[in-house]
Design a protein around this ligand. Structure first.
Ligand SMILES: *Cc1c(COP(=O)(O)O)cnc(C)c1O
Length: 362
């Protein structure tokens, strides 16, 4: 493992986002000459022995780092987490059955919309009444639902489940923006899925980690491309997998393992989040967007109380080498995304700018 290299820019992008600098270097090298083979990773068969080994290693690491039960399966497919929204009812909703959903924002809504096309999607908890600035709690999931689906971290709004909801039916989670950021008891879930580009690698691959015993109960005839059991039986090689994204995911997971796995990542992520949220609360010109107890350690949303100061603030953080903190259009203000590979120094750089700006404009 090469020595830690510091990024040139403090990249707070919400996704695609910062990855470890050494992963960028290793990936660049593999594009030019993969492991001294004289070939680029972009020009070898996905059935070749070296790539089959990459796929095997990536699938094994994906499970190992989360401590997934042995019998769980993992596949990497194209289509983004958005295709996952469709894969969920296809693979888990009985014909004429129903899926229960928590509505915590844009991505949850899209998942609900896909389920409605195949059957009955019932919303059992929602935070839409306050523009999704909190996590709904205390709702109950009906026993007759085929599954309960929720979004562990709401990338756009900056909310995150601190405790996962209890469900009498199989639990399915879109974990796109906080996968591998903290320990998770995988055995509690029938399936966890995640687009890679927020914490795991580049855009282009989506991970599906599931209990194969939860499949095959819908009575639906599936297209082979929509059938998770088919993809698992073919070891994620039913068709050409997203070769390069999978390779970069492998490098990123190796980096994570080398740096203490998800338990250590959680500590680093909490330290970064504490540093930034303390500044938001301490400096009177700033204001957090979400309920404090639901604040995301991955995406911190905040406002300048006086929005007329935004152009001056923007100038200042840009001058400090900070990138990607403008808020999503549906929330406004600012959003600082602090995924696994973002160093604490970057958060410190942002906090320094906020402090200096507050002094001048307080
Ligand atoms: C980004 C994101 C998505 C959408 O992912 P795509 O790969 O663009 O389809 C879905 N869910 C969550 C929580 C996200 O953050």
């Amino acid at each position: 493992m090469p020595v830690e290299i510091k990024p040139k820019v403090h990249n707070f992008s919400a996704g695609p986002c910062v990855l470890p600098q050494q992963v960028f270097q290793q990936a660049a090298q593999a594009v030019l000459d993969w492991d001294g083979s004289g070939l680029s990773i972009l020009e070898v068969s996905h059935r070749s022995k070296p790539f089959v080994e990459v796929m095997e290693k990536t699938r094994a690491l994906a499970k190992e780092l989360l401590g997934a039960p042995d019998h769980y399966q993992v596949v990497f497919l194209g289509g983004g987490a958005s295709m996952g929204f469709h894969m969920v009812p296809q693979n888990f909703m009985k014909v004429g059955g129903k899926g229960a959903y928590a509505n915590t924002g844009t991505w949850a809504k899209r998942a609900i919309k896909e389920a409605q096309l195949l059957g009955n999607a019932t919303v059992v908890g929602s935070s839409e009444d306050k523009n999704f600035n909190y996590i709904p709690k205390g709702f109950s999931v009906p026993n007759d639902a085929d599954y309960f689906h929720f979004t562990s971290n709401n990338t756009i709004y900056g909310t995150q489940y601190k405790a996962f909801p209890k469900s009498p039916v199989p639990l399915i989670c879109d974990m796109s923006s906080d996968i591998y950021s903290r320990p998770v008891n995988v055995a509690d879930f029938a399936m966890i899925y995640a687009g890679a580009q927020k914490n795991m690698g580049p855009a282009g691959a989506t991970m599906y980690l599931f209990d194969p015993n939860a499949l095959g109960k819908t009575g639906r005839t599936l297209s082979p491309m929509m059938d998770l059991a088919n993809h698992a039986a073919k070891e994620s090689m039913y068709n050409t997998p997203p070769v390069f994204p999978v390779y970069v995911i492998m490098l990123t997971l190796e980096w994570l393992k080398h740096n203490g796995g998800v338990a250590a990542a959680e500590k680093r992520n909490q330290a970064k989040a504490d540093l930034l949220y303390n500044a938001i609360d301490r400096l009177p010109i700033f204001q957090g967007v979400t309920a404090k107890e639901d604040r995301s350690a991955m995406n911190a949303t905040f406002l300048l109380k006086n929005s007329a100061l935004e152009p001056a603030f923007d100038e200042q953080w840009k001058a400090a080498g900070i990138s990607g903190i403008r808020g999503h259009r549906s929330v406004g203000g600012y959003r600082a995304s602090m995924y696994n590979a973002l160093p604490l120094e970057s958060v410190q750089a942002l906090v320094d700018v906020m402090e200096e700006f507050a002094k001048k404009n307080g």
